[in-house]
Design a protein around this ligand. Structure first.
Ligand code: NAP
Length: 281
């Protein structure tokens, strides 16, 4: 059973060595003088059911899940909360007071909080949006933006069928799927452009997107954080658009888990941001 004096939390993924979460949470554990540890677990897809099953007997306070486990964990926990249900994926596990495993999702919260913190005058009701990507991160972004009242989302993905499936699952008439080839025309008249693909990430090609049709008052939000300045962010910054990088999303989604496990609401400030920037490109 869990020993409340020493709290062990970890992140589960495959691969896992690249994860910034141990560095991030260890910083907060030290800052708030909490007796605990945050460790990486390299768990393959077929090992996940056994791993989650073993959590109840282990001295583990909680878990983060990353690629490729977020969707499959939905069926392995005792209960999924409203955030995980809406997003269709679990990125945070904690235990309730009956020792039941609860699956939650904090990515949507992190996405939105970062957007709001970075663009103080941002208003959802005045924000037609283009989202590029239709994977788990795109879904978290879409659900959170619809929740706060964006009037329109143009959803664009290389594999159009995946975008259509996402639209059918979310089932909201504010979403319109646009073909990949129409992504530059789709920028006309929008106030927010989100890159939720892996394009632009370290060791991945850049997202090829001419921004000529994007209004100058639009915000460009790239949820990638490594590198901190993607080609897309650089291009947007140079033409005068407001830009938002993905590091704030990572920090704000992590803060919710930290509070659930350790009871402290950690500050998302320059200290933690700089601590992570030291190891990013
Ligand atoms: P995912 O479910 O695997 O989805 C990947 C997306 O990228 C899909 O839309 C895929 O399109 C697209 N894509 C991949 N290669 C492409 C290519 N060559 N050309 C065009 N599109 C391509 O991944 P995810 O979990 O959504 O994560 C997406 C990104 O978000 C990752 O870089 C991840 O690190 C980042 N992320 C950041 C945070 C944060 O806290 N900042 C949180 C979660 C995720 P297809 O459907 O056509 O394959």
């Amino acid at each position: 059973m869990r020993n409340p004096d020493v709290k062990i939390v970890g992140v589960v993924g495959d691969p896992i060595s690249h994860s910034l979460s141990p560095r991030l949470h260890s910083y907060w554990l030290k800052k708030y003088n909490i007796l605990g540890d945050y460790v990486p677990f390299h768990i393959a897809k077929n090992e996940l059911p056994g791993f989650i099953n073993s959590l109840k007997g282990d001295n583990i306070t909680g878990i983060n899940l990353t690629v490729p486990h977020k969707e499959s964990a939905m069926k392995l926990v005792d209960e999924v909360d409203a955030s995980a249900k809406k997003i269709g994926a679990v990125n945070t596990i904690y235990f309730d007071n009956k020792n039941r495993i609860i699956g939650s999702n904090t990515d949507g919260h992190g996405f939105l909080k970062n957007l709001r913190n970075s663009t103080k005058s941002w208003r959802a009701d005045n924000c037609p949006t283009v989202i590029i990507g239709a994977g788990g991160a795109a879904r978290a972004a879409i659900v959170s933006l619809l929740d706060v009242g964006v009037p329109e989302i143009k959803l664009i993905n290389r594999t159009q069928e995946r975008a259509v499936c996402l639209l059918q699952e979310i089932d909201d008439n504010r979403i319109r799927v646009i073909p990949w080839g129409g992504r530059e025309d789709a920028l006309s008249g929008v106030k927010l452009l989100v890159n939720a693909t892996t394009l632009g990430m370290v060791s991945q090609p850049a997202l090829e997107l001419c921004l000529d049709k994007l209004p100058k008052d639009a915000t460009v939000y790239d949820i990638i954080y490594n590198p901190i300045e993607t080609e897309l962010i650089k291009q947007a910054r140079e033409r005068g658009n407001k830009t938002v990088d993905g590091l704030g999303m990572l920090l704000h989604q992590a803060a919710v888990g930290f509070k659930a496990w350790f009871g402290v609401d950690p500050e998302v400030d320059d200290g933690i941001r700089n601590h992570l920037l030291e190891v990013l490109r």
